[in-house]
Design a protein around this ligand. Structure first.
Ligand SMILES: [Zn+2]
Length: 385
């Protein structure tokens, strides 16, 4: 018997074009004046316009905070909170990637509960209620629209998280029309990140559970079937919607069965070289899986069956190798960098990265199917170099 708790958001709407109904959806959540939390990139490509027109068409007043940057500092979160307070809003719409959605979670909570960041950092420290919250992802990747976590940058390379069930939204809107304009390399890297969420949730040591397993398998199936089409033929709405749903399912999976060594070894790359999150994961993915394979070939063999069109035949170890080969070939076909050397990571830095991963990422490494020492981490970075 598996003892577990599974938590997710109340409502997910999977529908291309659903943004047009945002006014009605706000009213259903008793929002009369939302704050939109987004970044300048979303403004530049015209996506904010789309959201604004939909709200105007529904005669709904709103205000915007457009200053979100990747890995936002506390000062950005506090500026968004200030905007929420001064403009008297009664609901929050997170619109963009993980950073915008994470900030939207914190603003919705702090604007209502009055708690400070210092009070809510950590796991389930937040006590108060939040304002109504709607999340609208514009990339298929982070799954942040369905996770109860928000990450804030609190030092030069250090980040602090808030984990609390209140951070789950009332509604997540999956509208692939918003992702049609994403360039191929971003579609590819964010898609691989979401596939890693599914793979790591499925093999997570402590909290693996039947709901997460089911979500992870379906997420991986959808994304394996659609990531190449979405990357190379970005205007294919069906492929885009499948990726958005796949990323959301994977998000629900890893929100309840946390990620492990792929993410643990990816984070130092982001911290030191600002390598985008999805790409960092992609760079170390095959090498971590090859390392883990010894400990977890039965579960990897199950996932191989999900992604490979033909039924795999062989021992578990052989079928696991097919999964790793599939992922390596996929990364090449998606035409994103696949070696650390291509990212201008100095080879002399690898020991420092390994030390960082071991010292700072234990919260993730404890979920990994095989114990990772500093020497192991170094060997994985060397293999990825
Ligand atoms: Zn990730």
């Amino acid at each position: 018997m598996t003892v577990f708790t599974f938590t997710s958001c109340k409502s997910i709407i999977n529908e291309p074009g659903v943004l047009q109904r945002i006014g009605d959806i706000c009213r259903q959540q008793h929002i009369t004046r939302p704050l939109i939390v987004t970044d300048s990139g979303i403004v530049k490509v015209g996506l904010l316009d789309k959201l604004e027109r939909a709200l105007q068409g529904a005669n709904m007043p709103y205000c915007c905070f457009t200053e979100i940057v990747a890995d936002p500092q506390e000062s950005i979160v506090l500026a968004a909170l200030e905007k929420a307070k001064s403009d008297n809003i009664d609901g929050v719409i997170g619109f963009g990637g993980g950073s915008s959605m994470d900030t939207a979670k914190l603003v919705a909570l702090m604007a209502k509960s009055g708690e400070t960041l210092a009070e809510i950092y950590g796991v389930e420290q937040a006590k108060g209620q939040r304002l109504p919250l709607i999340q609208i992802p514009t990339t298929a990747g982070t799954g942040s629209e369905v996770t109860a976590v928000a990450i804030v940058t609190t030092g030069k390379t250090t980040k602090t998280g808030v984990v609390a069930p209140q951070l789950l939204p009332d509604v997540a809107l999956l509208d692939a029309e918003l992702t049609l304009g994403l360039p191929p390399h971003i579609t590819a890297a964010t898609g691989i990140d979401a596939m890693v969420h599914a793979i790591e949730a499925y093999t997570s040591v402590h909290k693996k559970n039947p709901y997460s397993d089911m979500l992870a398998r379906e997420a991986l199936r959808l994304m394996a079937a659609n990531i190449e089409e979405a990357t190379h033929n970005g205007s294919n709405l069906d492929a885009r919607q499948a990726m958005l749903l796949g990323a959301c399912l994977a998000g629900q999976a890893f929100a309840n069965a946390p990620v492990a060594a792929v993410h643990a070894l990816a984070y130092p790359l982001g911290g030191h070289y600002h390598t985008p999150h999805g790409l960092s994961n992609s760079l170390v993915l095959p090498h971590v899986l090859r390392f883990n394979a010894e400990a977890d070939s039965d579960l990897y063999a199950e996932l191989a069956e999900v992604v490979l069109a033909d039924r795999a035949i062989g021992t578990e170890a052989e079928i696991t190798q097919l999964l790793i080969n599939y992922l390596e070939r996929l990364i090449v076909k998606l035409e994103i960098p696949n070696r650390l050397r291509d990212m201008q990571v100095p080879e002399a830095d690898l020991p420092m990265l390994a030390k960082d991963a071991i010292e700072l990422q234990q919260r993730l490494l404890i979920n990994n199917p095989r114990a990772v020492t500093q020497a192991d981490a170094l060997a994985i970075y060397q293999a990825a170099y």
